[in-house]
Design a protein around this ligand. Structure first.
Ligand SMILES: *Cc1c(COP(=O)(O)O)cnc(C)c1O
Length: 355
């Protein structure tokens, strides 16, 4: 038996620890199921789908619907099994040995994870203590290292903050750099890089159905960008990678933008509620543009706060042991009841730890 590639054996796979609890607010999905009539219509349309045949390889109809949603051409849309697959396809086409990708830490771990799998060198730029970027530093690192691909995440996971459009534009000035903006949480934010991307040959924006569209289980994500870049992504992905069921479900979902907007409103209201509670409880938090909020527990007590919440059957993401995120926890906005449970558990846990 050959051993696994030694550069892969160095790190464990990405995973989010799961604990049996009543309230799960740790993985940033929508807390709401898709509407019942969506599921019924999906079942109905499945009964007439030719599942013995390969799917439409280029997902023409789904691309058309997505193109209409964003007022772009269908040729500007690439589709993946989740935006994680979009990211990995970007690495297959533009990364690899001898190439570099730049990330801004802390950020979504998948960029550097897939970089390593594809033997792409990672250039990490540090955010400051408030998780902001400095334009001069970013541009000078870019000039010194000449990365082929730069990953912005807006709003950024796990901080919840928007990226600065000025910095994105500055990085995109170099036409030898492919600038990716991951907008997995874009609907929750007031800023989208799509406008910046419009007239540029080197900016792409990725989006997903996993968050506000309530379809994380479906695995559907996509990218909007210039036609030549999109064509390259379709060239390197596996044939027939987007199955028939997903193509149908994606199209049906796009006919229900109102459902998505209803979910968005409820989550935004929940975010206000939680931020208000964090303020009342005198905890440091970063005002969020996403469906989750990063906050810092009392000094040195991040792990204990996380455990105290688990003891009350509330699971949030424990980031307190991650580099740069000492004592920090990340809570996903849930249903109204879940948010109330979280707030009560948090206030009890703090009282316990502070006494
Ligand atoms: C959740 C998330 C995604 C979505 O991944 P999918 O593969 O579409 O489920 C992408 N990027 C970031 C930053 C995320 O947090």
């Amino acid at each position: 038996m050959p051993k696994v590639r030694p550069d892969l054996a160095l790190f464990g796979a990405y995973h989010s620890p799961q604990v049996q609890v009543e309230v799960r607010l740790n993985t940033n999905e929508s807390p709401f199921s898709p509407a019942a009539d969506f599921t019924e219509e999906l079942f109905r349309s499945l009964s007439s789908a030719d599942l013995n045949r390969y799917p439409d390889r280029m997902a023409k109809e789904l691309r058309k619907s997505l193109a209409e949603l964003h007022s772009v051409a269908p040729e500007q849309i690439f589709i993946g099994n989740g935006s994680n697959e979009v990211i990995s396809t970007l690495f297959l086409a533009y990364g690899g040995p001898g190439r570099k990708a730049m990330t801004f830490e802390p950020t979504y771990a998948m960029y550097s994870q897939i970089a390593r799998i594809t033997s792409t060198e990672v250039i990490e730029v540090e955010r400051d203590r408030e998780f902001a970027l400095g334009l001069d530093e970013v541009v000078s690192v870019q000039e010194a290292t000449r990365p082929e691909v730069v990953f912005f995440c807006s709003p950024n996971n796990p901080t919840g903050l928007d990226e600065d459009p000025e910095i994105i534009s500055a990085v995109a000035q170099d036409e030898n750099t492919l600038v990716v903006i991951d907008e997995a949480y874009g609907q929750f934010a007031s800023f989208s890089a799509l406008k910046l991307a419009q007239n540029r040959s080197n900016i792409v924006v990725s989006k997903t159905f996993s968050k506000v569209w309530s379809l994380a289980g479906l695995r559907l994500g996509y990218l909007i960008g210039p036609e030549d870049i999109v064509a390259n992504l379709w060239d390197v992905c596996l044939p027939y990678h987007i199955d028939t069921i997903k193509q149908l479900a994606g199209r049906l979902s796009l006919e229900r933008v109102n459902d998505m907007e209803g979910t968005l409103d409820r989550i935004l209201a929940g975010r206000d509620e939680i931020e208000g509670a964090l303020k009342r409880l005198d905890l440091k938090y970063w005002p969020s543009s996403a469906n989750f909020i990063l906050f810092r527990g009392p000094d040195g007590l991040g792990d204990r706060l996380w455990q105290a919440l688990v003891d009350r059957s509330v699971l949030v993401r424990n980031c307190s042991g991650w580099p740069r995120l000492k004592d920090c926890l990340r809570v996903t906005v849930g249903t109204e009841e879940e948010n109330a449970r979280f707030i009560t558990a948090l206030s009890e846990s703090l009282a316990e730890l502070r006494s």
